[in-house]
Design a binder for this molecule. Structure first.
Ligand code: ADQ
Length: 514
């Protein structure tokens, strides 16, 4: 991975930090694939990670500039913390990012709430991230590559660019957008200052990375419509803006496939899978699973409606199909998320009251956070996994299920409104808004003969093994190297076929065509 940086200093900027001090001598590592994939790269390249210092003991463990060396037990890179107070968290994080941009980008307008003061706070907090990143660029021992993450930081790239330009400094700026990007008619529902501000902010980057071609095209369409002075070139997916070229590409994110597979095969995962199968899937009984944060984008009430309909239409599945629903509370500070959690619990209770028998409960609800080994066992045990997102940038659960399905008997029933559906070819695709279609998809999954299950799962596993999170990272860093070399006059861009060799991909998504 390091070869792509060619001696440049990597500065990562994200909302969440990779190490949170809960006490002076206690560190929490947030779960999640992104931190696990990027932390080793940071350790090897000794760069800097700029993020919100959210831990109770973060201030006392950092210096006056908010800097602390991590990992604490063996320091290898710098974590630069940005401090937010409660009003910042309310306005920037819970407000504009999660009540404004999140529902707009997922096109779920009934959840959209806009307050001018949230937008103002968002711009202000982004400026603080940008100032911290600019300071790290100044301190960097070599040319800097700044990699921003996600929708929390849409405005920061332009703010950072402006700060660097004012000092005559340059750095390569790029951003990965983890959620969908909406078409112009949806983005325009943000007030003019906000939708133009988001676009102009993102145009501060040299390269913008989305999961799919669709999101990349939506972004180009929005720029063409709302930023009149930008010149959009769809043929090579670039934008000429403010005297620079901004490149746009599709880079579908993935998971550490080998890690999930080894967890599913390890004694703990295998034991958990065997227990679940013994309890719920003996003989002709069937176990369905799902795993999500409780978020309205994930389509959990829609999933419950489909299950209700399935057990209503197919009495033979009562007592036969058990559904293990793992649904962990998230963003509980927001009342809409609390209400959703309440609805999910009530929905499960209603279905269970309607169909349960003395020896059978239709839906088993697990609301806690599950550790990785346990999760791998749950995925391994599932005869089917139902992903019913109403919109989802990628959806890593679909990929985790495939990686853990080492017995090759599981069927993936996948919403066609996820980024994953553009990539995974052997899932049963459903539209979560269409209850009958979901019921039909579930019935097909349950009835699918074993040889077909195996053949589909084998193809999905082979495809996933060629497109892991490390391939994703490598594809992005290779593209960054090409563009940064070209703009520094270090020669022609790398041969695209080389990039293909480094990071082979399934055929449909484009890994950032030039
Ligand atoms: P999320 O919306 O969080 O991510 P997703 O991609 O499904 O959605 O990732 C969720 C992660 O949380 C998975 O790794 C899953 O295993 C884990 N998880 C969920 N419930 C859990 C539980 N109870 N216990 C333990 N782990 C649990 C955003 C976008 C996605 C995009 C990712 C990555 O919304 O579309 O795929 O970022 O870019």
């Amino acid at each position: 991975m390091e070869q792509y940086l060619a001696g440049r200093t990597l500065i990562l900027v994200s909302n969440r930090e990779p190490y949170e001090h809960t006490a002076p001598d206690a560190v929490r590592r947030p779960p999640g694939g992104l931190v696990s994939a990027l932390d080793p790269t940071m350790r090897r390249t000794h760069g800097t990670w700029v993020a919100w210092g959210s831990g109770a003991a973060d201030r006392e463990t950092a210096d006056a500039d908010g800097r602390v060396q991590v990992p604490p037990e063996q320091p290898e890179y710098t974590l630069r913390r940005v401090w937010l107070d409660d009003a910042d968290v309310d306005g920037y994080y819970l407000g504009f990012a999660n009540s404004g941009l999140w529902p707009i980008c997922h096109m779920l307008l009934q959840h959209y709430e806009m307050r001018s003061e949230h937008w103002e706070r968002y711009v202000d907090v982004n400026a603080r991230f940008a100032a911290a990143a600019a300071d790290e660029v100044r301190r960097a021992p070599s040319d800097a590559v700044v990699w921003l993450q996600d929708y929390h930081l849409a405005v920061a790239p332009a703010q950072l660019r402006e700060a660097l330009d004012a000092e005559g400094r340059s750095a390569f700026l790029h951003q990965f957008w983890h959620i969908p990007f909406p078409p112009p008619d949806i983005l325009r529902l943000l007030p003019t200052a906000a939708h133009e501000g988001v676009l102009r902010g993102m145009l501060g980057n040299d390269l913008l990375e989305f999961h799919t071609d669709r999101y990349a095209s939506n972004f180009l369409d929005c720029v063409a419509e709302f930023v009149p002075e930008a010149h959009v070139r769809r043929e090579d997916r670039s934008i000429h803006y403010a005297g620079r070229d901004v490149h746009v590409g599709a880079f579908p994110i993935s998971i550490d496939t080998e890690l999930y597979e080894s967890l599913a095969r390890a004694p703990e995962g295998a034991r958990r899978a065997a227990e679940l199968r013994q309890q719920y899937a003996c003989g002709d009984r069937v176990l369905g699973v799902s795993v999500d944060r409780i978020d309205y984008t994930k389509g959990i009430p829609e999933r419950l409606r489909a299950l209700d309909q399935l057990w209503t239409d197919a009495p033979d599945l009562r007592g036969r199909l058990t559904f293990l629903l793992v649904a962990t509370p998230s963003r509980s500070e927001l009342s809409s998320y609390q209400a959703l959690e309440h609805d999910v619990i009530a929905g499960v209770e209603t279905i269970n009251a309607k169909f349960a028998r003395d020896d059978w409960t239709p839906i088993v609800l697990l609301r806690e956070s599950i550790d990785a080994a346990d999760l791998a066992g749950i995925y391994r045990a599932g005869d089917l996994c139902l992903v019913s997102s109403l919109q989802d940038g990628m959806n890593l659960v679909a990929k985790e299920f495939i990686a853990c399905n080492v017995d090759e008997q599981g069927v993936l029933v996948l919403s066609r409104l996820t980024g994953a559906a553009d990539e995974i070819e052997d899932a049963i695709l459903i539209n979560p808004f269409n209850v009958d279609g979901v019921v039909d998809g579930l019935r097909r999954a349950i009835a699918m003969p074993r040889p077909e299950r195996r053949a589909r799962m084998q193809r999905m596993r082979a495809q996933l093994a060629r497109a892991t999170i490390f391939d994703w990272l490598e594809a992005i860093l290779a593209r960054v190297a090409d563009l940064a070399d070209a703009s520094a006059g270090r020669g022609a861009p790398r041969d695209r076929s080389t990039l293909g060799d480094v990071a082979p991909r399934p055929s449909r998504p484009d890994i950032g065509a030039a």
